[in-house]
Write a protein that binds this ligand. Structure first.
Ligand code: PMP
Length: 429
């Protein structure tokens, strides 16, 4: 029995059955560097999923490793009961970058808890437990985040106690508006929102939460300014807008630092997680001070603002800012689109290729239609691995292959990934 087989047996014997590793022959990752990881058998893979959009500036990045090592040697944990320089410096940097006026930052260990905190804040500010979310959304695994997650297969319960209505948003392909052009589609989404608001008694709704590009939902990408237009309808009625930037923040979309900035809107709150610590647990919510101050009982999160995480966050943020990685995401995204759009167009079972910056997805369907083809999606995913490329899956019906290269991916690495993708598509066509 190989070491990988043995680890798999122990994984299955100890972790819950609702978790399962990718691939018929799962990979045991031993180490990583830059855009690459190596398994226990010494095989090298080009990593275009980064631990689910998390090792954003590459595995083993020297700036992050040095910051974490230095901080670990000083003190690993303090909590918000004590002052800590990395935590405060990172909070200042995030508040400044957020674009939210008079911003306050509340740290949590995960994106789910960041969204839970945002919902709690909206609920206490607006004295309501009614929320709007977007069809095809994913916001996390805690009770409240499951309630605002659209699809039953991504939820283990519907009993959160929150009242949630789902409105149309970025996912056009499987909406009744799929044949409309982008402008007419945006009109239809705004009309849908207004109707739902009229039906739900708008004055009672606390907030609407949206991912600027839907992550787990398969990188469904909205027309520019969709959320600006929806946001106007919300703010006219005093309803808050929360941007879930867990996948779209930190320059990932290329054009902007935050996904919301493709829209003419400043959110009342935004949540961040995943790539912000480049692999070290770090998340939180940024809110306007008047909203943050609407909670006046202690909301203590033990690991929130942990100095090790904050040091990793600062090193990651400074690297993105100082090395122009948002611009790289834009340039590499354009290079990817130029190479892959003709391939996707010529492949009858790729119903749609979509994305922006360094988040790209292929929705796999019956040839010529939109009937989801989960089987071929799985084969495509496996074929990428055979060609040395790690990618993700997602989508409402598990029929989307997702790619999110590191923000500092080089043109050579990107081209290597494109070659592997081309070969994988040819294999399963
Ligand atoms: N929001 C979005 C948009 C996400 O993609 C995720 C995780 N996939 C979450 C929230 C939850 O984050 P976490 O897994 O860190 O709890």
């Amino acid at each position: 029995m190989t070491m990988t087989d043995e680890l798999l047996q122990r994984y299955r014997a100890t972790l819950p059955s609702f978790l399962s590793p990718y691939y018929a022959d799962p990979i045991a990752i031993d180490h990583g560097s830059g855009s690459y990881v190596w398994d226990l058998d010494g095989n090298r893979y080009l990593d275009f999923f980064g631990g689910v959009l998390t090792t954003m500036i590459g595995h083993d990045h020297p700036a992050v490793t040095a910051a974490v090592q230095e901080q670990a040697a000083k003190v690993m944990h303090t909590s918000t009961l004590y002052l800590s320089e990395p935590m405060i410096e990172f909070a200042e940097a995030v508040a400044e970058a957020s674009g939210i006026p008079d911003a306050r930052v509340y740290f949590t260990p995960s994106g789910s808890e960041a969204n839970d905190a945002a919902l709690l804040l909206a609920s206490s500010y607006r004295k309501s437990n009614q929320f709007l979310a977007i069809r095809n959304s994913y916001h996390g695994r805690v009770f409240s985040a499951q309630a605002i997650t659209s699809h039953s297969s991504w939820r283990s319960t519907s009993h959160s106690g929150l009242q949630v209505s789902f409105v149309h948003g970025p996912y056009k392909l499987r909406s009744p508006f799929r044949d409309l052009d982008d402008d007419a589609f945006a009109d239809a989404c705004v009309d849908d929102l207004v109707q739902v608001l009229d039906m739900t008694s708008a004055g009672d709704v606390a907030a609407m939460i949206a991912e600027p590009i839907q992550g787990v939902g398969g990188f469904a990408t909205p027309p520019d300014n969709l959320f600006g237009r929806m946001g106007k309808e919300l703010s006219n009625r005093g309803i808050l807008f929360i941007a879930d930037e867990v996948q779209t923040g930190w320059g990932r979309t290329g054009d902007h630092f935050w996904g919301y900035q493709a829209h003419d809107i400043v959110p009342d709150m935004l949540t961040f997680a995943k790539g912000v610590g480049n692999g070290i647990t770090l998340a939180g919510v940024v809110a306007r001070a008047d909203i943050m101050d609407s909670i006046n009982v202690l909301q203590f999160s033990t690991f929130g603002g942990n100095p090790l995480s904050a040091a990793a966050g600062l090193a990651t943020l400074r690297t993105v800012q100082n090395e122009g990685l948002q611009d790289n995401a834009k340039a590499m995204g354009e290079r990817f689109a130029a190479a892959m759009t003709p391939v996707a167009d010529a492949t009858p079972w790729i119903a749609e290729m979509r994305g922006r910056g360094l988040m790209w997805a292929f929705e796999c369907c019956e040839p010529g239609g939109i009937e989801p083809d989960k089987q071929r999606t799985g084969e495509f995913h496996e074929a990428c691995k055979r060609h040395g490329l790690l990618v993700g899956k997602g989508g409402l019906y598990g029929n989307v292959v997702r790619l999110a290269p590191m923000l500092n991916v080089t043109a050579d690495e990107l081209d290597e990934g494109i070659e592997a993708l081309r070969a994988a598509i040819a294999d399963v066509s």
